[in-house]
Design a protein around this ligand. Structure first.
Ligand SMILES: [Zn+2]
Length: 201
């Protein structure tokens, strides 16, 4: 199948008798975005922005990594590139953001990995701005974590997604860029610190 053939609505299961909603063998729980935004705000207020960011980056990373394993295990994609591209597709189906790939330069032989795209309607930027003014740094922590986790699971070695452009900074959309840690400068330090424990596994 092509990445764009994926349809989450066909593969979700609602077991009303048991109170269990699932996608393949993952149990899903549905929370409204405002409640997650409130949790995010409470963590920022109680733990500080750096700790809150670290936790949400890790949360997103684990979510992206798990989703990748579900997709790889349960679907036959036409190519490895379709498997990679199904990440933005499922991210969009989950209602987290509308993710549109832009530039993909991935070569397993030379080990080049460079992947960019546009995020629109990020729930996290919306939630951030419902509590705070524009930030100096990108605010879509779970999205960056998700993209990092997804791509690292695909690639088999660490990759980091950072938003050079983010609605939370006052831009009219968000953009992601994913590449290995060594290709980034010091702006990647907080992300490396957040994901290191996953890379050591
Ligand atoms: Zn953003």
């Amino acid at each position: 199948m092509k990445a764009t053939d994926f349809d989450l609505s066909k593969d979700m299961n609602f077991d009303i008798d048991q109170g269990i909603t699932s996608f393949k063998d993952s149990r899903l729980v549905i929370f409204d975005a405002n409640s997650i935004g409130l949790l995010r705000q409470m963590l920022i207020e109680t733990e500080g922005v750096e700790k809150a960011r670290d936790l949400f980056l890790k949360f997103g990373y684990q979510n992206g990594y798990s989703d990748f394993l579900q997709m790889k295990t349960n679907y036959e994609f036409d190519s490895e590139m379709d498997l990679l591209a199904s990440g933005p597709v499922i991210h969009t189906w989950e209602g987290i953001v509308h993710a549109q790939p832009k530039e993909v330069k991935v070569d397993p032989v030379t080990r080049e990995f460079f992947f960019t795209g546009v995020w629109s309607n990020s729930y996290e930027a919306e939630q951030h701005l419902s509590f705070y003014d524009h930030s100096e740094d990108p605010v879509c922590w779970t999205l960056m974590g998700y993209a990092s986790g997804w791509c690292t699971a695909f690639w088999g070695s660490p990759l980091i997604a950072i938003e050079p452009v983010c609605v939370g900074k006052g831009d009219d959309h968000c953009e992601w860029k994913i590449q290995p840690p060594e290709k980034w400068g010091s702006e990647a330090d907080v992300y490396i610190k957040a994901y290191e424990k996953f890379w050591r596994k």
